[in-house]
Design a protein around this ligand. Structure first.
Ligand code: FRU
Length: 471
């Protein structure tokens, strides 16, 4: 019997984010609503803080804020998924919750470069216990013009029909998204590719975790391409998560779209997945980490967390991400309530690591040029976020990164105010600027108590409200 990994030190454990109970976590999976509960699953290896054959861990919640841990939903114990129950999604049909996921299979467990991937189904009638479909794999082979990369089905319903969009790679080595159609979620007809990368270096050689949905009058294809080469201030992470805005032409199975845009500008955001809530909001979770990061918490028996749930909206030809309203339930006490005109201000709170801050700076007719949010301990600036008035650029700097990897960038549209909403948890910090126009998600690691400063190069009229947070 394998025993679950043990948490040996709680110094970095998050308080109000979804995280692994112990062991390894990556992508959010199966984000859905069933029998009065939101469900979120995740890529999980329970037996070590390093990745291993993936299981599906499982939480549910009635409010998207307080989560209850449930038993492991999927275990890699079938021939088609023996090397991992990889990412996938969930949907209700006729009172049943169906999971559609990728089975990963290495030809030789010591050689991870050669594998085959199939699409599989499992279901549950109570939202707790899952049974794999006896006819698995439901999709045995990728199309003939596909490489071995064939994974991460995202399901949706349209009338009496169900569709999945699957990520992967074509035989030319280009990332792409392909679709299938079904009436029973068990038998699938291949429709073809809906969108293909314009070039391995510019849009990726493999597309992971695709998600296709309508938002307002547009359609959005969200995906996580691997292989985009850094270009100036863009695409600086190991892999990207971003989206194309366009129109899905179902008759010709083509997604006509504009340019790829990054969804989050921080170091730690990947493999995002959305769902439509019963009240019609499009909500997204991402993995609050990045492949090949340092993962300091691995030393403590765990690794990985999910972002806060965020609502997606379309404005000005881009996606905005805002923390969902329900998160206000996390607020305990108002611990900051200040208005001042100054060029240096310390935000004095007893627990800066479990905090929500709402900052508004009036920047119209302001003579200064730079406002910085500095999160530091006595040794170093852990995370600094600076806004530059002249070019509306925002630069985030993480001190633990090498000089070439410390900075991340974004641009804001002109505005008479700079608004920053910040959520800090023990080892995470998420910045939402100007109502979700620009978002930076970060992990940070300190065992010394941090302090928060807001500095400007000229006195600025600023108001700050802050709440202590707890689950
Ligand atoms: C994305 C990903 C998916 C895959 C899963 C495996 O982070 O690589 O493509 O299904 O993780 O854990």
């Amino acid at each position: 019997m394998q025993t679950p990994a043990k948490i040996t030190n709680k110094r970095y454990r998050l308080n109000y984010h979804i995280t692994t109970p112990s062991g390894w976590m990556n992508d959010p999976n199966g984000f859905s609503y069933y029998q009065g509960y939101y469900h979120i699953f995740y890529q999980y290896y329970p037996y070590s803080a390093k990745r291993g054959p993936m299981h599906w861990g499982h939480y549910r919640s009635q409010d998207l804020v307080h989560w209850e841990e449930l038993p492991i939903a999927l275990t890699p114990d079938s021939p088609e998924d023996k090397d991992g129950c990889y990412s996938g999604s969930a949907i209700e049909k006729d009172g049943r919750l169906y999971l559609i996921y990728t089975g990963n299979h290495y030809y030789d467990v010591n050689d991870h470069s050669r594998f085959y991937q199939t699409q599989n189904v499992a279901f549950s009638d109570d939202g707790i216990h899952f049974k794999k479909y006896s006819g698995n794999p439901a999709i045995t082979l990728p199309p003939t013009d596909n490489s071995q990369h064939f994974r991460d089905p995202k399901v949706w319903q349209d009338g009496n029909e169900y569709y999945i969009v699957v990520g992967g790679q074509d035989k030319k080595g280009l990332g792409r998204a392909i679709t299938y159609k079904s009436t029973d979620l068990l038998h699938w007809d291949y429709l073809g590719p809906i969108a293909v990368s314009q070039g391995a270096n510019i849009e990726g050689y493999t597309w992971e975790c695709p998600d296709l949905f309508s938002l307002g009058r547009e359609d959005v294809l969200l995906c996580s391409p691997q292989g985009i080469v850094a270009n100036g201030k863009e695409y600086l992470n190991c892999y990207q998560t971003g989206y194309f805005i366009g129109k899905m032409d179902y008759r010709n199975n083509q997604f006509k779209h504009g340019a790829f845009q990054e969804l989050d500008h921080g170091h730690d955001f990947y493999a995002a997945q959305t769902m439509l809530t019963p009240d019609n909001r499009r909500i997204v979770f991402g993995w609050l980490d990045m492949w090949h990061a340092d993962f300091p918490e691995q030393a403590d028996g765990w690794c990985g967390a999910l972002t806060l749930p965020r609502e997606l909206t379309l404005k000005n030809d881009q996606l905005y991400m805002t923390p969902i309203n329900e998160l206000k339930q996390l607020r305990q006490e108002k611990v900051v309530d200040e208005k001042q005109t100054s060029s240096s201000m310390q935000v004095n709170v007893s627990d800066p690591q479990h905090l929500e801050l709402l900052l508004t700076a009036k920047t119209e007719n302001w003579s200064g040029n730079e406002i910085s949010f500095i999160f530091k301990n006595e040794q170093e600036n852990l995370v600094t976020l600076s806004w530059n008035k002249e070019n509306n650029e925002v630069i985030l700097i993480r001190a633990d990164k090498s000089t070439t990897d410390a900075q991340r960038y974004g641009k804001l549209r002109p505005n008479s105010k700079l608004k920053i909403q910040v959520f800090i948890d023990t080892s995470s910090i998420e910045f939402f600027l100007n109502n979700g126009e620009l978002v930076f998600s970060e992990r940070y690691y300190t065992t010394k108590k941090p302090a928060i400063f807001i500095n400007a190069d000229e006195p600025v009229n600023i108001s700050v409200a802050g709440y202590s947070l707890a689950e």
